[in-house]
Every structure is written in C-alpha cells, then in structure tokens.
Design a protein around this ligand. Structure first.
Ligand SMILES: C[S@@+](CC[C@H](N)C(=O)[O-])C[C@H]1O[C@@H](n2cnc3c(N)ncnc32)[C@H](O)[C@@H]1O
Length: 264
C-alpha cells in the first residue's frame, strides 16, 4: 500500500465528479470543439480577422475549431495535428459540415511540411502545453518561418501553475493536484482508477506524461527571444476571477490561460 496514493484517493473523493459529455466519443469531442470555436476566435477578434486569409490551425485536434474557422470566410485553412486519429475525426466532421477551402493533415509542429512563408495567421489553441521539449523553440521557430511578413500567431494554453493544468479532470479532481503530488503518485493513482478511454492515440497516462509543464515566466522569456513583435500578452482566469491573478506571490496559481499574439 502506498500512503501517498491512498491520501490522493481520499482527497480526490472529496471533490465532485466531473462528467465530461464531450469525452463520450470522438464525434462528441469534435462537436464540442466546433461549438467552442466562436469563443476561441472571440479572444483574438481585436487582433486578427480570418476572412480572406490563409490560416494554419496548428495542433487542430479533432478539427472542430478548424471547421468553424473555415466557415468564417478564410481563403484557405490547414488543420495540422500529430495524431492521425484526430485528423481522421477532423476529416469526418469537415465532410459532415461541408466545410470548404480546408485541408486536414497529419504533421508535427516541430517539423512543419510547408515551404516558405505561406500563412497570414497561425492559431495554436490549447496546444503549446503538449509540445515536447518546447524550450528548444523548434515549434515557435517553425511558426516564424511559415508566417508571411506582418502575419500573426495566436497562442493560448494553460501554464503549469493553473488549477487544472494536469488535464484529465474526470480523474484528477483535486485542484492543483499536479503541484501537490508527485508525477509518480498521480500516475499510480490514475492507473488504479483504470481509465479505459483514450484521447486519440494516447492513453490518459500518456496524455499526462506528454504535458511539458511550461511556466508563465519561461514562456514569456521564450517569446521575447524569438524576435517577433509581441502584439498582445495576457494572463486570464476563465472563471472571471482576474482580481486573484493580481495577488502577490500566489497570483500565478489563478491564471487559467495565457493568451498571446505575435507578429512577424
Ligand atoms: C488539447 S488538443 C487541442 C485541440 C484544438 N486545437 C482545440 O483547441 O480544441 C492538443 C492537440 O495538440 C496535438 N499535438 C501535440 N503535440 C503536437 C505536435 N508536436 N504537432 C502537432 N500537434 C500536436 C495533439 O495531438 C492534440 O490534438
């Protein structure tokens, strides 16, 4: 018996179960992404317009947002994701919604399959925390290469200090559990809860291991070294508790999302 795992389970049981309907099937998830498209576009409306632009949705997941973006009058949009199962679901949704001017491709953000500066806009929604070894800046340098002059990259993601940065909220119900328990304890506890579902080709365990633990200050430092103009950088609380972010020392724990717009 592992005492830390036992403590985790006891504490976890004190928090309400989260039933995520969007996780019932791949189609439910891509539809959920599709319905979140307007909110995601909304956070960038002061900085970009998709209409008449060539757009890359990098780490497009199951394509729901890509399909929504395609319907906003883009000249063309490419949705790219490393997970072939996600791209399969994305293609299905694209057909179902009869999306036009769209291509959905399997690829790696760190080795993009495009030649030269072809995109006006790159969107990276909820992807950056999943990129392996982000401090190499491979993915950001790729984005810089494929952006046209004055093109913009819009990046949003959860930093590691966020309450739900461990993802997998159906199982990890304790807020900030990834900061309170070691990875070993969390993974052992997760194994005991025996999650059956997968997220694309990844199991829940692999999904947790994939997280790169990016801190707010580290990300800020990285983008400042990139030689792109920082048009907008904001830290936000999705629960509209932005006043908590301003607290000294503990403010970063109330940041749910970093939003940033970079220009070439
Ligand atoms: C949480 S999902 C976000 C999906 C979508 N952008 C959204 O906001 O709904 C993160 C996605 O990033 C993809 N991903 C992770 N690493 C990647 C990489 N190196 N290149 C391309 N996609 C990657 C994953 O396969 C996954 O589909």
């Amino acid at each position: 018996m592992d005492l830390k795992v036992t403590i985790f389970h006891s504490l976890n049981g004190l928090f309400p179960k989260k039933k995520l309907d969007c996780r019932r099937s791949e189609r439910d998830y891509s539809i959920w992404e599709y319905t979140s498209g307007p909110d995601n576009y909304g956070i960038y409306r002061d900085y970009i317009t998709l209409e008449n632009n060539i757009v890359l949705d990098l780490g497009c997941g199951l394509g729901g947002k890509t399909v929504y973006y395609a319907q906003q009058g883009v000249d063309f949009i490419v949705g790219l994701d490393i997970d072939e199962l996600h791209i399969k679901a994305a293609r299905q949704l694209s057909l179902e919604k009869n999306a036009q001017n769209i291509s959905l491709v399997i690829g790696d953000a760190q080795h993009l399959p495009f030649k030269g500066d072809v995109f006006n806009i790159v969107l990276m929604n909820n992807v950056f925390e999943h990129i392996t070894n982000p401090k190499s800046k491979k993915a950001l340098n790729e984005v810089k290469t494929i952006l046209k002059e004055r093109g913009r990259a819009c990046i949003d993601f959860s930093p590691w200090s966020a309450k739900r940065a461990a993802h997998t909220a159906e199982y990890f119900r304790i807020p900030w559990c990834h900061l309170l328990f070691s990875d070993r304890t969390l993974l052992k506890a997760l194994g005991e809860m025996n999650p059956k579902a997968r997220f694309g080709k990844l199991s829940y365990e692999e999904h947790f291991r994939e997280l790169n633990k990016m801190a707010i200050d580290d990300f800020r430092e990285m983008i400042e070294e990139l030689n792109l103009r920082v048009i907008h950088f904001a830290v936000k609380s999705v629960e509209k508790k932005d006043f908590l972010i301003k607290l000294p020392f503990v403010g970063k724990y109330f940041v749910d999302i970093i939003v940033c717009v970079l220009e070439k």
